[in-house]
Design a protein around this ligand. Structure first.
Ligand SMILES: NC(=O)c1ccc[n+]([C@@H]2O[C@H](COP(=O)([O-])OP(=O)(O)OC[C@H]3O[C@@H](n4cnc5c(N)ncnc54)[C@H](O)[C@@H]3O)[C@@H](O)[C@H]2O)c1
Length: 306
């Protein structure tokens, strides 16, 4: 299938007002695409619409303020979207965020296991957000007359694969593991059915990217960012997505300035081997296993590089 990133096609992007979503929207605009931009942050979304419209006022740019976790809000904007964009070629379900547990245990530590609100907020945004989006957008794609190739991209995370413990990570990691699983199923189901086999599905897995997650909020110019050397610019992730779509990859895994592809592969291999080697859960971080894990991962990564 040819990539759907092409002039006069339409991209619908959630979390479009900052970071990865904004960079993908900008790349699509630079390729001559019409844009439906969705975000919860009205102020950044307004700026985003202006910046992207200015790049090519002849192309259509519409912005929709929406909390992706709000199912009825998706239903409310569905008609507006389909009126403005009779054909949607690329859907990027990208909005996501990490929440912090707010319940303190007696030792003073914030404890994720005492705060179900932290879990439900994370899952509402990161898991039900994309599911709500699919519920509304998939029928619009299927209703459209043309059966030209379409693509759905969902943004996951390496944390949903390697599952690093600590801090605020448990709910975020679990939400991104759920995203990996549901996106794999979606890809399989759509390609197995002749009615939907023109829709390809992709899991975008950014590495460490300098975005709102990290304190860089809004549709900022990358040259103005004070980015740590190890992190990638959001535009690098957008380019990696574009290249991955061109190659027809399902897993579009982005390296960054600290972690190359070989190290990612070695870490993922170690993590998945925990299951069938009957090691303790998350052995990479377990006393008694840490040293062995690090040694094996480095040796594997070096072998992959040579
Ligand atoms: N930055 C990283 O290092 C990194 C790494 C792996 C995965 N990711 C994933 O990339 C995606 C994009 O994040 P980013 O890093 O660009 O961060 P970002 O904060 O710059 O952008 C996220 C955008 O999503 C919007 N958003 C958040 N919650 C929303 C909601 N409920 N409804 C609608 N919009 C909402 C925010 O307003 C923001 O504009 C997320 O899914 C994140 O989990 C980021």
């Amino acid at each position: 299938m040819a990539s759907v990133i092409q002039s006069q096609k339409t991209a619908l992007i959630t979390g479009a007002a900052s970071g990865v979503g904004f960079a993908v929207a900008k790349l699509c605009r630079n390729k001559g695409m019409h844009l439906a931009l969705l975000d919860i942050d009205e102020s950044n979304l307004t700026k985003t619409k202006l910046v992207l419209s200015d790049l090519d006022p002849n192309l259509k740019t519409e912005a929709y303020v929406l909390d992706v976790a709000d199912r009825s809000a998706w239903k409310d904007i569905a008609d507006n979207i389909s009126r403005s964009f009779p054909e949607i070629d690329l859907v990027v379900l990208n909005a996501g965020r990490g929440y912090k547990p707010q319940i303190q245990e007696s030792r003073g530590r914030m404890n994720p296991w005492l705060d179900t609100e932290y879990w439900s907020k994370t899952f509402d945004t990161n898991v039900f957000g994309p599911l709500n989006g699919l519920d509304v957008i998939l029928p619009l794609i299927l209703d459209s007359k043309s059966k030209t190739p379409k693509s759905i991209v969902v943004t996951g995370s390496k944390q949903g694969i390697t599952n690093p413990p600590g801090g605020n990570n448990p709910a975020y990691n679990a939400s991104k593991a759920a995203i990996k699983s549901l996106t794999e199923h979606l890809a399989h189901d759509l390609r197995s059915d002749p009615i939907t086999s023109h829709i390809s599905v992709h899991l975008l897995i950014p590495g460490w990217t300098w975005t709102g997650f990290m304190g860089n909020v809004g549709p900022n110019k990358e040259q103005d960012m004070k980015k740590p050397t190890g992190a990638w610019y959001p535009s690098q992730v957008a380019e990696e997505l574009s290249a991955g779509l061109e190659k027809g990859l399902f897993y579009i895994i982005c390296p960054d300035g600290e972690t190359d592809r070989a190290l990612d592969q070695a870490r993922m291999k170690w993590g998945s081997e925990d299951v069938y080697e009957e090691r303790p859960a998350l052995s990479r971080w377990e006393d008694g296993w840490k040293g062995r894990a690090e040694e094996a991962i480095q040796a594997d990564a070096n072998a992959r590089r040579s």
